[in-house]
Design a protein around this ligand. Structure first.
Ligand code: SF4
Length: 229
């Protein structure tokens, strides 16, 4: 059984490797201010960043300020965001959120986790994205890639995103919190793919308990993968 100190030490090696593999860390959602990032992040649920970046320029041309969106006609908004999927929920959340910002925060996107998650339709993931990229407050954004790969790596067994976030906060140094999300998303798209992780080509495999389990479970895989180690 790995102790917390051992886990922290292994996490340090994983972070060093991730920094080598994915040195560039930036928000993929195009935005000019807090309002735009908040809306783009709400839209990004179950959708690709690429698609969101295709939709938001015209949406923000039509509704440039949070006050404009707070007074928007929902069906008109749906017309702009339809291709992002789940447009009924997303439009409801965006309008309610912007009304909250106008009524309770004088039209300014608030800058604390507690205030952000008090907004309609804003959960911890969206709030942490805004904290990271607008207010430069370290926070761990847990999406499906981050949860899945953090479990593969044996850093947590938790499935609930908030519990994954709390578990990782105990293990990762604060300076790694913002990059962790971006690096694991890139790793999840290219190497540690959900249904077919490419462990044989993964630079993290010597540090990954998911890989070690594969060695144990699948003896055929053991022979092949050991040649790579
Ligand atoms: S070794 Fe396999 S399971 Fe572990 S991070 Fe790499 S691809 Fe994912």
């Amino acid at each position: 059984m790995e102790t917390l100190a051992q886990k922290k030490s292994r996490a340090g090696l994983i972070i060093a490797e991730l920094n080598n593999m994915y040195p560039e860390v930036r928000c993929e959602l195009e935005h000019a201010n807090a309002y735009q990032l908040l809306v783009a992040t709400i839209l990004s649920a179950q959708c690709t960043d690429k698609r969101i970046n295709m939709v938001t320029p015209t949406l923000f041309d039509r509704y440039p300020m949070v006050n404009d969106m707070a007074q928007a006609d929902r069906n008109d908004v749906i017309g702009y965001i339809r291709s992002t999927g789940f447009f009924n929920n997303k439009s409801t959340n965006i309008l309610a959120c912007c009304k909250d910002i106008v009524e309770r925060f004088n039209g300014e996107v608030p800058g604390t986790l507690e205030e952000l998650i008090s907004l309609s339709g804003v959960g911890r993931k969206t709030a942490n994205v805004v904290l990271n990229h607008i207010f430069h407050v370290p926070a761990i954004v847990v999406d499906t890639h981050v949860g899945r790969i953090s479990r593969h790596l044996g850093l947590t067994q938790e499935k609930n995103p908030a519990k994954v976030e709390f578990a990782l906060m105990k293990i990762l140094p604060e300076e790694a919190w913002i990059p962790w999300n971006h690096q694991l998303i890139k790793h999840g798209r290219t190497v540690c793919i959900a249904r077919r992780p490419q462990c044989g080509q993964c630079q993290l495999r010597a540090l990954c308990s998911g890989f070690i389990q594969q060695l144990t479970v699948d003896k055929g895989q053991l022979t092949i993968e050991n040649q790579d180690l």
